[in-house]
Design a protein around this ligand. Structure first.
Ligand code: NI
Length: 176
């Protein structure tokens, strides 16, 4: 079911999400179905449970190769639960980000260039990946939602924050 995505300003987006206790339950599968439906409906690259008002440490993300966005690399469809992120270098990279909780906006956000993420899928199988680039950015963005952090809180240069239509006139830009 397509759910309403909470917008920045809603206090539920600022709360710490709780660890999931039980895997492979009907409740979890229903939550994941709603996250997938909602993300697909809005053409997002990722979505975190708190964005639909569920305060659990559950995120989904994934980007298929899309000829409309040749600059964006493939990211496998992933369910990531109770994540732990470990930066693999001090290097930070700045790039544009958007968020379904801030429709129509983009900001230039510093993120760790490389990181390891660990957690579990919906069955409780462990996930352990080391990634860089856009994949690393998406993971950091989604897991920030579990800490109550929205990307504007990480922006350093507010001259690079604004409305997509004004920042990129005539361009078609992917949401995340
Ligand atoms: Ni977001």
């Amino acid at each position: 079911m397509i759910r309403e995505v909470l917008k920045m300003g809603d206090p539920r987006l600022l709360q710490q999400a709780q660890p999931l206790q039980q895997f492979d339950t009907p409740e979890l599968h229903a939550l994941l179905a709603d996250l997938r439906d909602t993300m697909a409906h809005l053409n997002g690259a990722g979505l975190a449970a708190p964005q639909i008002g569920v305060g659990l440490q559950v995120v989904i993300f994934g980007v298929e190769q899309n000829p409309r966005y040749p600059q964006v690399e493939d990211i496998p469809d992933t369910v990531l639960i109770n994540p732990v992120l470990t930066p693999l270098s001090d290097e930070l990279e700045e790039d544009w980000e958007g968020c379904l909780s801030l429709p129509g906006l983009r900001g230039m956000v510093p993120r760790h260039a490389r990181l390891r993420y660990q957690g579990f899928d919906e069955k409780g199988n462990p996930i352990d990946r080391s990634v860089d680039g856009f994949h690393a950015r998406v993971v950091q963005h989604e897991c920030d939602h579990l800490l109550g952090i929205l990307y504007p809180m990480r922006i350093r240069d507010f001259s690079k924050f604004g409305f997509i239509q004004a920042l990129f006139p005539g361009e078609d830009v992917i949401d995340e």
